[in-house]
Ligand binder design. Structure first.
Ligand code: HEC
Ligand code: HEC
Length: 184
């Protein structure tokens, strides 16, 4: 609907090309005007790794990752838009959700699980991510829990390797890791 309306608008006003800022403004409706998402199961995208942001948009568009809210948005985007939006949001600074730090006990258990699986081998020592590997530190707790569960059931099917890894890790360990990462 929105895409059709924009298409018509472009026909009527051929000189008016929508700027990247205007396109990005539509994302704010869910991901937050200042980077803090409206709902807890919506991820922070401000300051996320550029390569990762692009790949997720591409995967939503291709249907390899599905979500009722996000899929229709990505389907309306062209590759150039996705690249530009990824670059735009990656340059923003990561907002703080002010989630509490994990207790000492939870943190100890999380760190033991993290080192036995080797999460930091890919997500790096501060869980800041790099290129196509996402930042996890300070991401919304509810979103992390949801997406980890989606990897396990393969509802999130765009990275079978992550699904295997999540299924090889116990639910208890994943719960402590989620709490630890959210509070970082
Ligand atoms: C109607 C609400 C809504 C709008 C508008 C929206 N998103 Fe999303 N977005 C979501 C939700 C919800 C998710 C989480 C999907 C899931 O759980 O798999 C998401 C996920 C994402 C992800 C994956 C992040 C990650 O950590 O894996 C990216 C990237 C993204 N959105 C970018 C955008 C961009 C860019 C726009 C604007 C063009 C946009 N979104 C507009 C709701 C929205
Ligand atoms: C072999 C490298 C590797 C290892 C080890 C790894 N990850 Fe990942 N992880 C990735 C990649 C790559 C992605 C992006 C997947 C995609 O393209 O959707 C990812 C995605 C994620 C996401 C989704 C983030 C988001 O914004 O949606 C979470 C959560 C996650 N990993 C947690 C973990 C945890 C917890 C561990 C350890 C138990 C771990 N990962 C170990 C490479 C790895």
């Amino acid at each position: 609907m929105l895409a059709a309306a924009l298409f018509l608008l472009a026909q009527v006003f051929p000189l008016h090309a929508q700027s990247i800022e205007e396109k990005a403004a539509t994302c704010g409706a869910c991901h937050g005007e200042a980077g803090i998402p409206q709902e807890k199961t919506t991820p922070i995208i401000w300051g996320q790794q550029e390569g990762y942001l692009y790949l997720q948009l591409r995967d939503f568009k291709r249907g390899m990752r599905k979500n009722q809210k996000m899929s229709p948005i990505a389907e309306a985007l062209e590759r150039e838009d996705m690249l530009a939006l990824a670059a735009f949001f990656a340059k923003k600074s990561w907002p703080s959700l002010e989630q509490p730090s994990a207790s000492k006990d939870v943190a100890t258990r999380a760190l033991t699980a993290i080192s036995s699986v080797g999460c930091t081998g890919c997500h790096l020592d501060q869980f800041q991510g790099d290129a196509s590997v996402p930042r996890l530190a300070g991401q919304s707790r509810e979103y992390l829990a949801k997406t980890i569960a989606d990897f396990r059931t393969r509802e999130r099917a765009n990275n079978p390797g992550m699904s295997d890894l999540m299924n090889a890790t116990s639910q208890d360990d994943l719960a402590t890791i989620t709490e630890y990462l959210a509070g970082r």
